[in-house]
Write a protein that binds this ligand. Structure first.
Ligand code: NAD
Length: 321
């Protein structure tokens, strides 16, 4: 298949491009490298089945700037996604969710391609129900500090669903829960990369709140398997993709200490407004419709991740800058 992957130079996108090329697809990655890195794709450059285009998906005329081939699939992963980005790139995030998604949907509509939208568990906001299943409508504060991201993705979902209902576009919507992997940026404020880097450097782990908030962490290989199944299906409704192994932030600290072999100091800071207190996916729908079954638990995933960090210190192509 010909696949357009927007945001393909990022942590998840680069792994998806790698998996698709490996199974024989032809992949064009479009990325503005705002939070992703060309180095993430070094191993694919020069492969006839792969091309990279540097472009902002929110800028007008996207369709004319990507290679003129007929795409079978368009995947939209193009958005900054870390808490630090919510503060430094709020308008870019809103534009990517709105204008970027609109333009990519137009490419999909033009080519009669399947369109797969990378949405997020953040559409559930600070949930008063756990685990979160797809029929939960969420609790998002439109004025909160995370709203630029939450609402950008909610709009992107609504736009995607409207193209499906009114224009007949074949769509899929993945609600992705916290995912980590080797190509994460150490400095983007997400829990696993931040804690592991601090622990390895002998620094202090800073926890917002009392440490009892929960998260569910998915290793990127499992997530990519789920995304690939969604690409290959014609399932049109939102579907959760994540690992339902729910742990508290305090438990994560203990696991990071074990995986790194360090005993980091911990400092508790005031909770950040809008930070969800619970995050746990109900993945029954994904299991049923996509055969999705994550296999990498948090202990194994952290061990793998830490191995890439200690390796990374001598592999600049993948090092976090
Ligand atoms: P990432 O920052 O590593 O990847 C995002 C990629 O999109 C980067 O390569 C970036 O340069 C690119 N990009 C951003 N804005 C763009 C634009 N306007 N035009 C072109 N390219 C642009 O983040 P990630 O963790 O790999 O996330 C990928 C997608 O999955 C995002 O859409 C994110 O919202 C979604 N998601 C991720 C998680 C997670 O835990 N990692 C959870 C939920 C949803």
């Amino acid at each position: 298949m010909n696949v357009l992957v927007a945001g393909g130079a990022g942590m998840i996108g680069s792994e998806l491009c790698t998996a698709l090329v490996a199974r024989g697809d032809h992949v064009v990655c479009v990325d503005d490298f705002s939070t992703g890195r060309l180095e993430n794709l070094d191993h694919l450059v020069g492969d006839d089945a792969f091309a990279v285009v540097g472009a902002d998906v929110s800028e007008p005329g996207l369709g004319a700037r990507i290679p003129g081939r007929r795409y079978d699939v368009v995947v939209n992963l193009a958005s900054a996604a870390s808490p630090i980005d919510f503060v430094v790139r709020p308008l870019e995030i809103l534009r990517a969710g709105a204008e970027g998604t609109r333009q990519l949907l137009e490419v999909a509509g033009r080519d009669r391609a399947r369109f797969v939208m990378a949405s997020t568990s953040e559409v559930y906001g600070d949930p008063d129900r756990s685990p979160q299943s797809e029929d939960y409508v969420g609790r998002v504060d439109t004025m909160g500090p995370r709203a630029v991201y939450d609402e950008a993705k909610r709009f992107a979902e609504a736009l995607t669903a409207a193209h499906h209902r009114h224009l007949g576009t074949n769509v899929g919507i993945a609600r992705i829960f916290n995912t980590y992997g080797p190509r994460a940026r150490d400095d983007d404020g997400r829990a696993v990369p931040t804690f592991v880097r601090r622990a390895l450097d002998g620094g202090t782990l800073e926890i917002f709140g009392d440490g009892r908030a929960t998260r569910s962490f998915c290793y990127v290989d499992d997530l990519v398997a789920g995304l690939t199944s969604l690409i290959d299906s014609d399932f049109p409704s939102p579907v959760n993709l994540g690992n339902p192994e729910e742990i508290s932030v305090d438990e994560l600290v203990v696991k990071v200490a074990t995986a790194t072999g360090r005993q980091p100091r911990v400092r508790y800071l005031a909770g950040r407004p809008g930070d969800p207190t619970r995050r746990c996916p109900d993945i029954s729908l994904a299991r049923r419709e996509l055969g999705f079954a994550p296999t990498v638990g948090i202990d194994e995933g952290l061990a793998r991740y830490v191995a890439t960090r200690t390796e990374l210190d001598v592999r600049p192509a993948l090092s976090a800058s």
